[in-house]
Each structure stands twice: as C-alpha cells, then as structure tokens.
Design a protein around this ligand. Sequence first.
Ligand SMILES: NC(=O)c1ccc[n+]([C@@H]2O[C@H](COP(=O)([O-])OP(=O)(O)OC[C@H]3O[C@@H](n4cnc5c(N)ncnc54)[C@H](O)[C@@H]3O)[C@@H](O)[C@H]2O)c1
Length: 352
Amino acid sequence: VIEVPVDLGARGYRVSVGRGARHLLADELGALPGVRQAAVVTQPALAAAGWVEGLQAGVPVEVVLVGEAEADKSLAALSEVCRRFAVAGLTRHDVVVALGGGLVSDLAGFAAATFHRGMRYVNVPTTLLAQVDAGVGGKTGVNLPEGKNLVGAFWQPAAVLCDTELLETLPEREWASGRGEMAKYAFLGSGPPDASLLDLPIEEQVARCVAIKAAVVGEDETESGRRMVLNYGHTLAHALEAEGLSGSTTRDLRHGEAVAVGLVFAAMLARRLGRIGEDRVALHRRVVEGFGLDPRLPVDADPDRLVGLMGRDKKAHHDLTFVLDGGDGVEVVHGVEAGDVLATLKEMEGAR
Ligand SMILES: NC(=O)c1ccc[n+]([C@@H]2O[C@H](COP(=O)([O-])OP(=O)(O)OC[C@H]3O[C@@H](n4cnc5c(N)ncnc54)[C@H](O)[C@@H]3O)[C@@H](O)[C@H]2O)c1
C-alpha cells in the first residue's frame, strides 16, 4: 500500500492506495475515538458487485443505498440519507463511510458535514475518477436544478482508502472518464506532459495523481487561489455537462470525457490569447489521445449556448475566468473576453 499524506494540520489525513486497501477500514475506524457504528453510503451497483458485503468495518454497519444518476445527487437525496442516519441512531461520534464514485462521496461527505453539525467520514472510492480526484480534497455537495454542486461544504475525510481491486468491476466507460482527469494531472505535474503514466502499475498511477492533488489542496484548501488549477479543462467541461448533452445525443459525455475536450479547448483558447504556440496545442491533443480520449467538440454542441453557460451571470458574461496554459505553466486567468471563447469554440466546431 502506498501512503500519500494530505497535509492540512489538524484536518490532515492519509490516502492509502493499493490492492486490498479497503481491508484497512476496520483499523482506520478503530483509530477514530468514540466510533460505535458506521453508516455505509453506497449504490446498488456496488452491492451487486459484492463490494458492500465484503466490507469489514469492525463496528455495526447500517447500509444506506442512494441512486446512480447525477440527478440523485440532490437535496432530496441528502434529506433521505440524513433521515436514515437519524433512524439508525447515528451520533456525532459515529462515522460515515462513502463506498462509491464521486457521486457517493460528494453526497455522503456533505451529509457527514451537516448531520449533527458535522461528523467524521471515510472515503472508499470505487471509480478511477474518485480515486484520483473526487475522493480526495474535501469538496462535498449536491446539485440544484439550476446547476451542479451549488450547495456544499469543504469537509475533509478522516481517511481515504483507494483500493484498486475495486476497479475490477468498473465499466470501461468509467475507466475512460477517470483517464480524463489523469490527462489533466499530466499538465499539473512537474515533468513534461505525456501519457506515460499509463505505463505504470495502476497503484502508482493513482498514487501519483493523488500526490499532485494533495500538494495543491495542502497549499489552498478552500480554493482561494492555487487550487483553481485543479479545474484545468473544467470550465468547458461543466458547460458541456450542463448542456445536458448526456444521454440525448450522439456522444454523451462522462465527466472526465468532457474534461478531455475541455483541456484541448483551453489550449486553443490560450493560443488565441497569445499565451502558447501551436506546438503546445498539439501536445494537449496528443496527451488527451494518449489517455484514450476524444479531444473533439461533440457534434451537437452549440458554441453560443456553451459561452452562455460558462458565464454564471451577466457580469461574468463578458469577463470570464479560465485556467490556462502559458509561459509559467497552468494558471488562473481573469478577464477573458466572451468573443475569444466563442471564436475558439467555432474553431473547434470547424475542425470536428
Ligand atoms: N468533490 C470533488 O472534488 C469532485 C471531483 C470530480 C468529480 N466530482 C463529482 O463526482 C461525480 C462523478 O463521479 P464518478 O465519475 O466517480 O462517477 P459515479 O460516482 O457517478 O459512478 C459512475 C457509475 O459507476 C458505478 N460504479 C462505481 N464504482 C463501481 C465499481 N467499482 N464497479 C462497478 N460499478 C461501479 C456507479 O454505481 C455509477 O453507476 C460527479 O457528481 C462530479 O460532480 C467531485
């Protein structure tokens, strides 16, 4: 097991990465003072795969199943989950275990942040995306019909167990999604960006991404500055997701697949703004393709609507903030003109 520390002083914790890491759960819970029972928040797919039954917590467990659609990451679901906690008699000294992907850890983490005004939780991420990203860093929350992740809290887990064995039942599409976030890390690490991460054993792949995320979160827990770089590729990705392109169209996108498109878009925008050259754009495309992802804008994406979605309000509409590549690497850039964003999207549209 590879251990990656997240240095946040009193709120710091350890991410344990490796095959069978879930078996450390009883030890982790045993190390938390006062825990008498645990609520395991998970989904039917994880139960069907046998992962719920096999989880040994060392204390009595209440299993709370939640839905699997992004729409199930809602205030209504939060209410359901908290009511289940109440009925089970969970006290503020007990613990929540999130066994699932980012949907489960966002929802269960937020429930832990608010039930009894805050209790401890442990993440056992079961998707590649959640192991390299969502399960670490303490961003929790739910969606509103008006937008993703609009209600939430920064609430750090007490421990994270990234068990790569759990990925054995992960559908291929979810692997691809996780690789989208990995492609992002390729541009945030110290070495030259490439897809060579994929040549390493899976434990190493996950641990290296977690280390990059842990370093950024350790520097800026609540995203007042530096942590924003973790949103590289995400501005367009969130707009593509908000477009509801999923399901209804030719190419529905999982989160990481949308990030892959967003990375190449960000590079093309940075080139338009004179921050980087064409060689660097080509590098973004190569890295994204190296991670097995399609860098093209979906055929039914509408540039005008996407620009509208990227500006959260009228004021921001003509003055957008992006994370962009440049001479000093990836950084936050304010004051990007909507016209440049639109022109870049049209350029992508023309190329597809
Ligand atoms: N908090 C953060 O920092 C952060 C970062 C990135 C994404 N997110 C959030 O994460 C969510 C997406 O999470 P995700 O990509 O992990 O997907 P997910 O949690 O939606 O899971 C995808 C599907 O895979 C199934 N599944 C999960 N693990 C499995 C396994 N081991 N075997 C078989 N099936 C399995 C799930 O039941 C689900 O149907 C979004 O809501 C996004 O907003 C949060």
